[in-house]
Design a protein around this ligand. Structure first.
Ligand code: SF4
Length: 137
């Protein structure tokens, strides 16, 4: 049986800077911080009910990162077969760290980049804890 991975799935919001932050934090985790343990997938595959993507969700651990309270990533993961083991909203981090406000969708600016770093470091730690815990929910 192939080793399980953690799929970090950000929402695909194109009109909110918070969604841009979520996607950049996802890439930081899967490409740089935990490349051996984490991967991502296009949320549209779940929206389109792609059977391969749905199976990956059911057979692996999943982290959903949403830009706002509409929770598009989390809801699509749930619709694919199970709730994500970890779910966060970038807007919640922004409420907690009011000094880190992303500038715009295409250029999140220096504060946005700091927010990406903060979120990705916290996520990497949470994923490590999840993996050490062993069993999925
Ligand atoms: S969670 Fe919010 S920002 Fe992300 S795609 Fe949905 S509406 Fe857009």
């Amino acid at each position: 049986m192939p080793e399980r991975k953690v799929y970090v799935i950000p929402c695909s919001g194109i009109g909110k800077a918070s969604a841009s932050v979520g996607r950049q934090a996802t890439y930081r985790v899967v490409e740089e911080l935990l490349p051996e343990k984490a991967d991502t997938m296009c949320l549209a595959l779940l929206t389109l009910e792609d059977p391969g993507a749905q199976e990956k969700v059911r057979e692996n651990w999943v982290v959903a990162i949403d830009g706002c309270a509409k929770d598009c990533a989390r809801k699509n993961v749930e619709a694919a077969g199970k709730p994500p083991e970890i779910a966060h909203r970038v807007q919640d981090y922004m409420k907690k760290h009011k000094n880190l406000k992303p500038q715009a969708v295409l250029d999140i600016g220096e504060e946005g980049k700091k927010l990406v770093e903060l979120i990705s470091q916290e996520l990497a730690e949470e994923i490590d804890v999840l993996l050490k815990g062993g069993e999925r929910k």
